[in-house]
Design a binder for this molecule. Structure first.
Ligand SMILES: N[C@@H](CCC(=O)N[C@@H](CS)C(=O)NCC(=O)O)C(=O)O
Length: 287
């Protein structure tokens, strides 16, 4: 635990919502992450499943823990929940704060290949290697390494899907709220991938769930996708869940798409359906 500093700890739903900071070797900066320990983590005999939650554009590790109300469901199911930040922090790169959909708080959970981003913007390796290993090692007394799932929202939904599809077997369950499903084909993705990866579109496909699922040959997996019908980013074609569903169908990968009439892109929508997502993860991770 030497490498972790406790930033905050609050009792909620019988467990503890904590935030830690640590020096990241992948990102070369200090990072915060949240971790919720349900009541079962205290003095329990058995190790608990973990679900990672990835937030969207403009977020830190705080939005989900303060707005979604997920702790009630994590406590019911006895699931530990880990939430990383959305980009490197405190690293000054020219242009990193010029727009809300690129640079700071918009790391897209990928490893940048293009200068000047490639030195720090390595959120893919940070999440799937460094933070993943850190959580398993630092909390080994309560974490079951064989029962790890992942979920996310918007850019974080994209992150959850590509992390699962690129690392077969690492995450046993995956779900997403309003994910960016086909970044190669939407304005957010085109901007981020051009900036972080360059102009070679064959490199883009390596970080695009709709492209990756076409070649998925890992353990059986069902993708749970949730989408608000009144989400302006959905109607503006930033999210494109239908493209992912079509690719899943042609690749034979089971997918569930829940369209929620009248709901927008906000945490009001996430708070409404987060319980269903915890039921989904619990069913798989606790089977
Ligand atoms: N700043 C954007 C909105 C960004 C946005 O909706 N971000 C989502 C993720 S893509 C979010 O979770 N925002 C933080 C929050 O609602 O707490 C706008 O003005 O249109």
């Amino acid at each position: 635990m030497d490498q972790l500093q406790l930033v905050s700890s609050n009792k909620i739903c019988g467990g503890f919502q904590k935030v830690y900071s640590h020096e990241s070797s992948e990102l070369k900066c200090k990072m915060n992450f949240s971790i919720y320990f349900p009541p079962q983590a205290e003095g329990g005999d058995s190790k608990l499943p973990v679900v990672f939650y990835l937030s969207g554009l403009t977020c830190t590790e705080q939005n989900f823990i303060s707005k979604s109300g997920f702790q009630r469901y994590a406590a019911e199911h006895g699931i530990i929940v880990v939430g990383p930040d959305t980009s490197p922090r405190g690293v000054k790169i020219e242009g990193d704060d010029e727009s809300w959909d690129f640079g700071v708080s918009a790391g897209f959970y990928l490893d940048a290949a293009k200068e000047p981003w490639s030195k720090h913007y390595r959120m893919g390796s940070y999440l799937n290697k460094e933070l993943y290993d850190l959580v398993l090692q630092a909390f080994s007394s309560v974490v079951d390494p064989n029962r790890i799932g992942i979920m996310g929202h918007s850019m974080g939904g994209h992150g959850a899907l590509v992390s699962t599809l690129r690392n077969p077997g690492q995450y046993k369950s995956v779900s997403a709220f309003a994910p960016i499903c086909n970044p190669c084909a939407c304005p957010w993705g085109e901007k981020a991938f051009t900036g972080y990866l360059g102009d070679d579109k064959s490199k883009w496909a390596e970080w695009d769930a709709t492209e990756l699922v076409k070649h998925y040959d890992g353990p059986p997996l069902t993708l749970l996708i949730d989408q608000g019908g009144a989400d302006k980013f959905y109607t503006d074609k930033q999210l494109l869940p239908e493209n992912l569903v079509a690719a899943c169908r042609s690749a034979g990968v089971p997918v569930i798409l829940n369209l929620r009439e009248g709901y927008d892109h906000s945490y009001y929508y996430i708070a409404t359906y987060i319980g269903e997502h915890f039921d989904f993860h619990a069913k798989i991770l606790k089977a």
